[in-house]
Write a protein of this length. Structure first.
Length: 363
């Protein structure tokens, strides 16, 4: 638990209405901080049949109940407009370009730890405490260092890797050294009303039978871009409903009958063509380029670093070397071919458990 790193003072607890953030707020209070709880309203969902599992309106009541129990002030901040423009619209533009976005990383960087940290600064708070599963170490010389959580099944360091180092210096993640069962047991012990709350899904919106891309297309009244589905030899196999509905490596949902398994290998923006392959080996590559980097450890242009690279949230990191072409571009060479590298997704670089940096896959 790392709450002792800062001198005691005012701290903002991001209170989502779930058990994790509730315990984090309670631990901050117990550690001697003056705690102010804030719940973000990020969704203004007026589309029929679509639900909002993450940061929805129903979470506000649960968060308020926790704040009342802890006897701390509670605020609800409506950032739905900023969320729509800075996160959802960016995600739609990526889908519309045949890329696969990582909206959670952008939301963390610009909304949850961007706008909310600005609000905390206005209130003269020393920083923020959240219920994320990750570990922070504050080194006097190196500054904040981000590590994977002890509970690997709940680790969220991948989603936090886009946060600037200057912001990490003001954050506290007290659950990083605990397992989820330990957190729930502590919540029961504390008598928190969220102790039995079901874990939320990390999804902006959900709707039966709709992809996230289709939901965004409907929200922004975007133009669908249907086109041809071809195989590796250029044979036309059928038509697809729009490139926003698909991602690299996808095997189902193409609506094309085939006796053999096939996977999406390429999505071409220029002519809205989807290329499929019947050979799964063609999904893999040993090289990719990553740009728009956020370094959490110092690197020098020209360096070649051996590390582990994670290319999506549920991907097991793979051994690789990264060549630092510039402060904003690296070339990644995997020891073994990586499957379904998807432009638009986040790549996070690890030195064992420590996050070195993060960037966005170009291909």
């Amino acid at each position: 638990m790392d709450l002792s790193q800062n001198k005691k003072g005012l701290i903002v607890a991001a209170l989502s209405g779930g058990v994790d953030s509730s315990v984090a707020a309670a631990l901050a209070l117990k550690a001697g901080y003056d705690v102010v709880a804030v719940t973000l309203q990020l969704k203004n969902c007026d589309m029929p049949g679509i639900i909002s599992p993450c940061c929805g309106v129903d979470a506000i009541g649960r968060a308020k109940a926790v704040a009342q129990l802890l006897n701390i002030p509670h605020y609800c901040l409506d950032y739905s407009e900023q969320f729509q423009e800075n996160v959802l619209r960016h995600a739609w533009n990526e889908y519309d370009s045949g890329r696969t976005p990582s909206p959670c990383l952008l939301c963390n960087r610009y909304i949850k730890f961007g706008l909310l940290m600005d609000w905390a600064t206005e209130k003269k708070a020393t920083g923020m405490v959240t219920g994320h599963y990750a570990r922070l170490q504050h080194d006097p010389k190196k500054g904040p260092m981000l590590f994977r959580a002890v509970d690997r099944n709940k680790d969220q360091s991948y989603f936090l890797a886009a946060i600037p180092k200057s912001t990490l210096a003001r954050l506290q993640f007290p659950l990083g050294g605990m397992t989820k069962p330990e957190v729930r047991a502590l919540a029961h012990q504390m008598g928190l009303p969220t102790s039995s709350t079901v874990d939320s899904q990390d999804a902006c919106f959900l709707a039966p039978g709709m992809t996230f891309g289709a939901i965004l297309q409907q929200r922004f009244a975007g133009q669908t871009r249907p086109g041809k589905v071809i195989d590796d030899d250029g044979n036309v196999l059928g038509q697809h409903t729009g490139i926003h509905n698909y991602t690299i490596g996808q095997r189902q949902g193409l609506g094309i009958a085939s006796k053999s398994r096939m996977w999406i290998r390429q999505i071409r923006k220029e002519d809205a063509t989807i290329v499929v392959t019947f050979d799964s080996d063609k999904l893999s590559s040993k090289h990719m380029e990553v740009s728009n980097l956020n370094w959490l450890q110092e690197v020098t242009v020209g360096d070649s670093l051996n590390c582990q690279v994670q290319i999506r949230s549920r991907h097991s990191p793979q051994n690789a070397s990264i060549k630092v072409v510039s402060q904003d571009i690296v070339v990644v060479s995997f020891d073994e071919p990586a499957k379904a590298i998807s432009p638009g997704q986040a790549a996070v670089f690890y030195d064992q458990d420590m996050v070195i940096g993060q960037g966005w896959i170009d291909g």
